[in-house]
Design a protein around this ligand. Structure first.
Ligand SMILES: NC(=O)c1ccc[n+]([C@@H]2O[C@H](COP(=O)([O-])OP(=O)(O)OC[C@H]3O[C@@H](n4cnc5c(N)ncnc54)[C@H](OP(=O)(O)O)[C@@H]3O)[C@@H](O)[C@H]2O)c1
Length: 330
């Protein structure tokens, strides 16, 4: 059936300015790392993306290698764009990245100009787009001069193939150097995409301060620690079909009795406040205004809807934050 977006799609979502740029992003965005590849169920993926858009999520995050197989998430997204979302293209911020292993040989990964610019062309082709909104260097490359990597991002912007440039997985020092280079090519650094959750707080140790000083936004990936910060693993078992059951990026061996205890303690705090664990995890990230958007993954519309309940709830109270801190530091 032909898709028509909900009229009230901007009714509940809030939008935060991305650093000191003119671009606002929704407080939650949707990422297509898992669940949207050629090997996944297309119908569920489509429903999840349309559910997101109907909920005010107007930012979708991709990368050249998302699948499986690599590249297929961009193909899936391209199909949904063509059939459903094209009339809304101007309402949508689409990002892609290059940096990880994509094709054989010396030019299929890392940070050379050769790789980044050919990868962007291939991404545009797979999605059927003339431009993406944000093009990222997906990871730092210590063997390539940062000026070369950043000049490739800047040229993508100057050529109109990307509207903004971003970096991902760079530490505080690498970010400062990259931003300096990017600015020298006339492109302000829009955004940093970094892992961050209640179970992974590395960005608090310097990176967030650099981003604030530079006026660069922060979009936080794996905010639910790949599903750990949801109801999925609370009873200590590994549910069939869950990410941990596939033993890929989330290892079942990482789900230890100590971790289960911590997750249950966080869940109790969530329940006391009438929240789910996933909504607690989302609101905890949003407590810091320097975090522009929480970049969620979801394997179904119902998961996404549960996580979005966070946005109609009051922010975490000082008391809740203190209790959470006690569990995380305990
Ligand atoms: N820049 C980078 O290097 C990088 C790296 C990683 C991710 N990212 C980006 O960040 C996005 C999000 O990452 P992520 O998928 O790891 O995020 P996440 O939100 O931490 O984890 C999402 C997964 O958690 C589970 N889940 C979510 N909500 C749930 C609920 N209500 N109940 C039960 N389970 C639930 C689902 O897994 P199952 O149903 O399969 O168990 C879902 O696929 C990616 O799509 C990508 O765009 C970027």
């Amino acid at each position: 059936m032909a898709y028509a977006a909900q009229d009230n799609r901007y009714g509940t979502m809030k939008y935060r300015r991305c650093g000191r740029s003119g671009l606002k992003l929704p407080e939650t965005s949707l990422g297509l790392w898992h669940n949207f590849g050629g090997a996944d169920d297309f119908k569920t993926g489509r429903e999840t993306i349309l559910c997101a858009f109907d909920s005010g999520i107007c930012h979708f995050d991709l990368a050249n290698n998302y699948g499986p197989p690599p590249g297929s998430a961009e193909i899936t997204f391209g199909k949904i764009l063509k059939n459903d979302l094209l009339p809304y293209r101007d309402e949508i911020v689409i990002s892609t990245k290059a940096g990880y292993d994509m094709w054989p040989g010396p030019y299929g990964e890392w940070g050379s100009r050769k790789y980044l610019l050919s990868s962007l062309d291939a991404s545009l082709k797979r999605m059927g787009l003339d431009y993406v909104d944000i093009f990222y260097s997906h990871r730092p490359d210590t063997d390539t001069p940062v000026e070369e990597t950043m000049s490739a991002l800047a040229d993508a912007v100057h050529q109109g193939k990307a509207l903004y440039a971003g970096i991902s997985n760079y530490d505080a020092g690498q970010s400062a150097a990259a931003f300096c280079a990017l600015r020298s090519f006339g492109v302000p650094p829009l955004i940093h995409q970094a892992s961050y959750s209640m179970l992974n707080r590395w960005i608090e140790d310097g990176l967030l301060n650099v981003l604030e000083k530079e006026g660069t936004g922060c979009i936080c990936f794996s905010p639910l620690a790949q599903g750990l910060l949801t109801g999925r693993y609370l009873d200590g078992s590994i549910p069939k079909g869950s990410r941990a059951s596939r033993d890929g990026f989330l290892k079942s061996s990482s789900i230890t009795p100590e971790l289960i205890k911590k997750l249950n303690a966080l869940n109790s705090i969530a329940k006391e406040g009438g929240r789910t664990l996933s909504s607690l995890a989302v609101l905890w990230i949003l407590r810091d205004k320097r975090n522009t958007s929480v970049l969620l993954g979801a394997s179904s519309p119902s998961q996404l809807k549960e996580n979005l309940t966070a946005l109609s709830q009051p922010p975490l109270s000082a008391e809740e934050l203190e209790k959470i801190e006690g569990v995380l530091k305990g």
